[in-house]
Design a protein around this ligand. Structure first.
Ligand code: PGA
Ligand code: ZN
Length: 419
């Protein structure tokens, strides 16, 4: 027996881009309260669950979330109150059936997820347990398996996160040689600030994009890789041993009419040519991971890319899988990748998120827990990464508090686990 839910109240807040998003507070019969908020993507996959917005042009240019807030307060809350809080799976299944659609279009995945996450946090609190520990129970992860995730840090932003920069959305540094999260964060911060100096010396602007990475006007999609390598070495670190590089081209954003359009170099490429381009890149730079290198429905391209490069590097599906177990199963069958990005708001409940993580692990896929480009300071994903022993996390650059909140939470968990 744990505590009962006394009330569930949602409200509209702003995300890191200044757009509305939803936050939900769960109060328990003993007076404890837990809140969770939901992030929002920009390069959103077309197969994601629906982020319900008001489309009322008089408020926030149509981006208000009062309908989602109202769905929590008037449809979901009455069904859940007065029940024991410690029933995550039952509540998530109930919300899925209350919604009744395949993609959570009626109540909104944002509405449902805000409740799902707040319930988990409240249940952990009610049992006087750290959130990651409770998530370990929900995901059947034994405590002895808990690991701190290896971060991929997005220090150069392009695509939809920084208009006017590169076609590729994310250029990330991964401090693979760091022995702790504290060390990874320090190394990352040092390289980030070295990169800033190098960009400034080259007369490039050092303002940051949506995920806190720099977003200068590069002339090619390769130039950022040169700068990253130089920043890593100038900061006193070794390529490969200390740092590797990860990319998220988010290729769906530049795929039109069956071709990949790389604007800054005025190239129009086929799937095969994109794969060839990536093959030349991994020979030249210490790239160990490429996410969404191809379009979200280019299944045959992904299969080809995985058969050609999957032995050497991590091939990650984000928009391809949208944290959806059905799409992941298709990818497993088609050998379309060897890793999956996990974003709870792509699917809309904690239970389904965990189901997807466990399915991936069962088939030997790597799992990377991820933020969205529009974030809040809620560090839920840090606990999720530890409690499910995901292995990796992607949570932005070494600037902007909505990104740093996750790194800071990971460092706190690390100290706690060290005892
Ligand atoms: P998004 O981007 O949050 O804007 O979708 C993140 C990603 O593509 O990984
Ligand atoms: Zn992505």
């Amino acid at each position: 027996m744990t505590e009962q839910i006394r009330s569930i109240k949602a409200r509209e807040i702003l995300d890191s881009r200044g757009n509305p998003t939803i936050s939900t507070m769960v109060s328990l019969s003993n007076g404890l309260r837990a809140e969770a908020s939901v992030p929002s993507g920009a390069s959103t996959g077309i197969h994601e669950a629906v982020e319900l917005r008001d489309n009322d042009p008089k408020r926030f240019h149509g981006k208000g979330v009062l309908k989602a807030v109202n769905n929590v307060n008037t449809i979901i809350a009455p069904q859940l109150i007065h029940q024991e809080v410690n029933q995550q799976t039952k509540f998530d299944r109930l919300m899925i059936s209350l919604d009744g659609t395949a993609n959570k279009a009626r109540l909104g995945a944002n509405a449902i997820l805000s409740v799902s996450l707040a319930i988990a946090r409240a249940a952990a609190l009610a049992q006087n347990m750290p959130l990651y520990q409770y998530l370990g129970i929900l995901s059947d992860t034994p405590e002895k398996d808990f690991i701190l995730p290896k971060p991929m840090m997005n220090v150069l932003n392009g695509g939809k996160h920084a208009l006017g920069s590169t076609d590729m959305q994310e250029y990330m540094i991964a401090p693979v040689g760091a022995r702790s999260v504290r060390e990874a964060v320090r190394w990352g911060s040092e390289v980030f600030h070295t990169l800033k100096r190098l960009l400034a010396e080259a007369d490039l602007v050092t303002t940051v994009g949506d995920e806190g990475g720099f977003a200068p006007h590069f002339k090619t999609n390769e130039e950022p890789l040169e700068f990253m390598v130089k920043a890593i070495q100038t900061a006193g670190y070794r390529l490969n041993e200390d740092f590797k590089i990860a990319l998220d081209p988010a290729a769906s954003e530049f795929f039109h009419d069956g071709r990949y359009h790389l604007k800054i170099q005025q190239q129009v490429l086929s799937s095969e040519q994109m794969i060839q381009l990536y093959q030349t890149w991994i020979k030249r730079w210490p790239i160990f991971s490429i996410e969404d290198g191809l379009d979200e429905d280019d299944w045959s391209g992904f299969t080809q890319m995985t058969s050609k490069m999957g032995q050497d590097i991590q091939i990650v599906g984000d928009d391809l899988f949208v944290t959806n177990p059905t799409r992941l199963q298709r990818g497993i069958n088609a050998k379309a990748a060897n890793a999956i990005l996990i974003k709870p708001n792509q699917i809309g409940t904690l239970t389904e998120t965990i189901e997807t993580i466990n399915l991936a692990k069962k088939h030997g896929f790597n799992t990377i827990i991820s933020h969205r480009s529009g974030e809040t300071c809620d560090p839920f994903i840090a606990d999720l990464a530890v409690g499910t022993a995901a292995g990796q996390i992607k949570t932005g650059s070494l600037s902007r508090s909505e990104r740093i909140a996750k790194y800071n939470r990971l460092m706190a968990i690390e100290l706690e686990l060290e005892g």
